[in-house]
Design a protein around this ligand. Sequence first.
Ligand code: ADP
Length: 502
Amino acid sequence: MPAAMRLNPRLFLLGSVLAWLACCVLFAAWLIGNERSRTRDDFTTQARIAYSILTQRAEQQEAVLASLVALEHAMPGNAPVMSNFALSIQHGYPQLVSVERYGREDTGWRMFSTNGGAAAPSRQLDAAADQPGGTAGTQVAVLDDGYRLFRAAGHDVVFALRVSAPALAELAQSGAPSFQSVQMRTADGRTLWRYEHPAAWSPWPALQLEKQLNTRGQPFVMTATHAPLGAGVPWGRLVLGWSILGAAAALAAWSMAQYRSRTLAQRQLRLAQATRINAMGEVAAGIAHELNQPLTAVLANTQASVRWLEDDPPDLVRAREAASGAVQQARRAGAILKRLREFISPHTGAAEAVDLNRVVDDALSLMSETFRQRQIRVVRNMAPNLPTVAGSAVAFEQVIVNLLLNAADALLHVPAPQRALHIDSTLDGPQVVVVVRDSGGGLNAEALARVFEPFYTTKEGGMGLGLTICESIIHEAGGTLGAANVDAGAAFTLRLPVGAAT
Ligand code: ADP
């Protein structure tokens, strides 16, 4: 029997449940790992899109400022042209709240704006006016809802663009709805704008991408973050996977139960076969009874035949009738004996190569339930790599089972703690030797002399034929079976010559 079947069923169940749980955990880890790397890839792509959108907008703003300065240089102070140009520009760029022109006057800076709103503080305009022209001269001032970009067109004119933070945030997130936060800072760390979704709980560190815009005038730093998984654990697929694993485990358990019950049925069948020696005893007793009648008839017919022949003159007709009656009855007796032989040795035919260790293990396995019930401790000591013997494995198994049954019966006479059964196998020269030894009190002098005699029994309801049949099976295979007393019990020694199959 496979080793797994000998496991304690509770341990086996516990092991199976643990293995199933481990599979579930591994599956969850694999799925979450997969989901996390997919989320990371998606986030990186989305953050790069946001970055290129913001860079593009910053470049546009630079271009607008450069155009305004160029226009001022071409047509200094031409307010109508400038305001038309500013309005048309603002139309195409939704992030621009207003385009402003500041002119220095005696009383201070005078503002023209496409969209009203508060004027920039004079100190910012003074500072901007001091800057050189070109992209290097772009100044930034942070507002509550965005920022202002300044560019001087000479010492007395400054242009400004008011940029809306929500509009930029919306543009940045147009390709990336799953950002947790997106923000832009100046290179020296001032926050220009920041947009944040309420954070979902997540067991994982947030993903983050930080990159400086690739524009000379506005080298701002964009930072986008994303909290992967958390609320986004793929529960649907996880539960589906666990259900499939559960169904697979249930199927495996069902198949295992089927296998066990089939194995149990097979074992019961084999136990019935192995204990057939006992049944044989009963059949033999019945047959002996049946034989009695034809043998008596043979005797009577032969005696009658002799009598008819001794008559003077001999009555040949009657003598022949009596003789053929005897022949008929002898044939009947022969048929009864043939039936008995067939029952005892159903496995006649070519001898096979038999591994006696294996036979012993199979017999022990068949008897294991009896040993467990009777609290018998079994000590098995088998020599490894024994050569095979020639014969019938089934018949040898029947012999060993009968020896084990007798030992188990004898052990019932001693208290449970003293019930021990030893079974050893060794190689002794050209013979394989198996000894079944028990601590059941042993054989008395009469039993020692008569155990192999037919119908010798000390058991209530015993037939006294088991050992007789065992001995004849072993003799037929060229071996011997002996009985002796050892220590506190009996020992039965079976010797079979090493041999190959025929
Ligand atoms: P049965 O089991 O029907 O009595 P067996 O031929 O198997 O027939 O056994 C004959 C007798 O040998 C048993 O009744 C018992 O007295 C004795 N015997 C056999 N094995 C043992 C044993 N291990 N210990 C003591 N007595 C035994």
